[in-house]
Ligand binder design. Structure first.
Ligand SMILES: [Zn+2]
Ligand SMILES: [Zn+2]
Length: 240
């Protein structure tokens, strides 16, 4: 046992180590998603005539990606079981482990950190490539989806940086400018009762979602419709 760890930290759950197969799939997902972003940009540049809806689509994609990061995070935190086949162990468990043992996230390498989101972006980027660009609405949608994926791709990387005591200097500047999630802002999510600040790209949507009690209302609606109860929060270990 590492002598720098408290007994609680040493016995806390940790992220699964990835097999070579999973690492390969995740690495290929990252490469494929980046190639598809490039393909979308080239495809668009070939047919695009300048139109004011293009920057609008990009601007709207920024808060949309942040909102969806919160929605996915809230879903994984609140519903489902680690025992579910495939997604339980690979996609839900990391969120649960992260609440109990937040510092273990810093052990996850680049591929482990970013592969899952890249995998989720691939079908969206393929769909964007298939959208006909001969109408304004088609071009708007294609740019919106591609920009949404571009902003979403580093979601977990940004989240991991927010947990680093000393992130790279440029990252620190972006955090301080509130262009990406900052440490203090995200720490609110890791503070009891752990039911706010789910958005983890820029965090821009968090104040409005908290003010409108969005996620609690959504939980009450889901419980009303399905009878399912939100999962109880795990207790984080005490940091040393
Ligand atoms: Zn969480
Ligand atoms: Zn976190």
């Amino acid at each position: 046992m590492d002598s720098s760890l408290t007994v609680a930290e040493a016995s806390a759950p940790t992220h699964d180590e990835m097999s070579i197969l999973v690492q390969t799939i995740e690495a290929l997902s990252i490469l494929t998603a980046c190639a598809l972003i490039l393909a979308n940009a080239i495809h668009f540049a070939r047919v695009q005539t300048l139109h004011w809806t293009t920057p609008l689509a990009i601007l709207l994609a920024l808060p949309a990606a942040d909102f969806v990061s919160g929605l996915v995070h809230w879903t994984a935190d609140t519903w489902g079981s680690e025992q579910w086949p495939v997604i339980g162990r690979r996609f839900l468990r990391p969120f649960r482990v992260h609440h109990i043992n937040p510092h273990d996230f810093l052990r996850r390498n680049f591929v482990d950190t970013n592969g899952d989101v890249a995998m989720g972006c691939i079908p969206l980027l393929l769909a964007a490539l298939l959208i006909p660009l001969n109408t304004v609405s088609g071009r708007f949608l294609a740019v919106f989806i591609a920009a949404f994926c571009l902003v979403s791709l580093p979601t977990n990387q940004i989240h991991q940086w927010s947990h680093r005591p000393k992130p790279p200097k440029l990252v620190h500047i972006l955090q301080a400018s509130r262009l990406i999630l900052g440490s203090q802002h995200h720490q609110i999510h890791h503070t009891a009762p752990h039911v706010t600040n789910y958005c983890i790209i820029s965090g821009w949507c968090n104040p409005l979602l908290a003010y409108t009690d969005f996620f609690r209302r959504l939980e009450r609606m889901i419980t009303l419709l399905t009878g399912l109860q939100p999962r109880a929060e795990e207790q984080p270990i005490e940091a040393s």
